[in-house]
Design a protein around this ligand. Structure first.
Ligand code: NAP
Length: 274
């Protein structure tokens, strides 16, 4: 019997926390498998993806810059991957065919519900900052959860307008420099931009208008406590960091590849941060 294998494909890949996450779960469950990081150039993606099942790979995670190409290369795809327009989890079928899924929306909403258990989607509008790949997953998750309105703002407004056209009338686009004017209307603020990441400028939004009971979720997880989360906590808002999304998005892939559904706990967080 072949040793069950999985991994993550991206470029660069050295910074990925997924090997620590899946390695922790493999050890925790005593599974004799491996999960490895693979730096693959775009022109080699197809060849690599088609060869891996022959070596015992059950599937792979996909990260930047391959998420859209992986979906295009797959033989079939989940509704979630199709709606988001990208794949982050590939599962090899018995015959080697590639099934593409996207678990970012699941990871986002599971983390949000866990970190802010009192948050109710129907209670009010949500504001999403950013219009890249992560924003698409967040929008899909919030629409599915039943959020009545999503206020979307992005530095490059045309990208936000494009998302509003794609995802329909529940989305309203506002200018990037008018974000602060709309904060009093929302119950949830989600940062999906890369601002606030180590080495990037902070996300500087004046939170004065935000209700103290609002929930603020930053997808950035390095650092764990971003300037946005610190400012929101100082206002009395409920804050949710981005690490939990990373951990939860890994659950469906691990379950499909290794046959055990892992849990996300404080121990999981510590293992990945170590
Ligand atoms: P992406 O597709 O490259 O999108 C980047 C977004 O950030 C765009 O909206 C971009 O705006 C905005 N942005 C970048 N620099 C900016 C600046 N100086 N001022 C204003 N806006 C700026 O990236 P992504 O895949 O969506 O990822 C975005 C962030 O989410 C990253 O930090 C990533 O690590 C994080 N993330 C976290 C998880 C998790 O599991 N926690 C999962 C996915 C992503 P423009 O359109 O104007 O360029």
């Amino acid at each position: 019997m072949k040793i069950p294998l999985a991994g993550v494909i991206g470029s660069p890949i050295a910074h990925s926390k997924s090997p620590a996450l899946h390695g922790h779960w493999l050890t925790q469950h005593g599974i004799p498998g491996y999960y490895c990081p693979m730096d693959v150039a775009p022109q080699d993606l197809q060849t690599v993806l088609r060869a891996l099942p022959k070596a015992g790979f059950k599937g792979v995670n996909i990260t930047i810059p391959h998420k859209e190409s992986a979906l295009a290369l797959a033989d079939s795809a989940s509704p979630s991957a199709q709606r988001i327009g990208a794949a982050n989890t590939l599962i090899y079928q018995q015959d080697g065919q590639i099934y593409a899924d996207n678990t970012d929306a699941y990871g986002f909403i599971t983390n949000l519900r866990s970190g802010a258990p009192d948050w109710q989607p129907a209670d009010g509008a949500a504001m999403v900052l950013g219009a890249g790949g992560a924003a698409r997953a967040v929008i899909v998750a919030l629409l599915d959860a039943g959020v009545p309105q999503i206020i979307l703002a992005n530095r490059t407004r045309s990208r936000a307008d494009h998302l509003a056209q794609t995802f329909g009338p529940h989305l309203v686009v506002v200018d990037w420099d008018k974000v602060a004017d709309h904060l009093s209307d929302i119950g949830l603020l989600v940062n999906t931009t890369s601002l606030g990441m180590t080495g990037k400028p902070p996300l500087s939004v004046d939170l004065t208008g935000l209700a103290p009971g609002a929930v603020v979720n930053d997808l950035v997880y390095a650092p764990l406590r971003t300037p946005l989360l610190e400012a929101a906590a100082a206002k009395g808002c409920v804050t949710v960091d981005g690490l939990g999304m990373l951990l939860h998005q890994g659950v469906p892939g691990f379950a499909a590849w290794f046959g055990v559904t892992p849990t996300v706990s404080e121990q999981t967080r510590r293992a990945v941060l170590a």
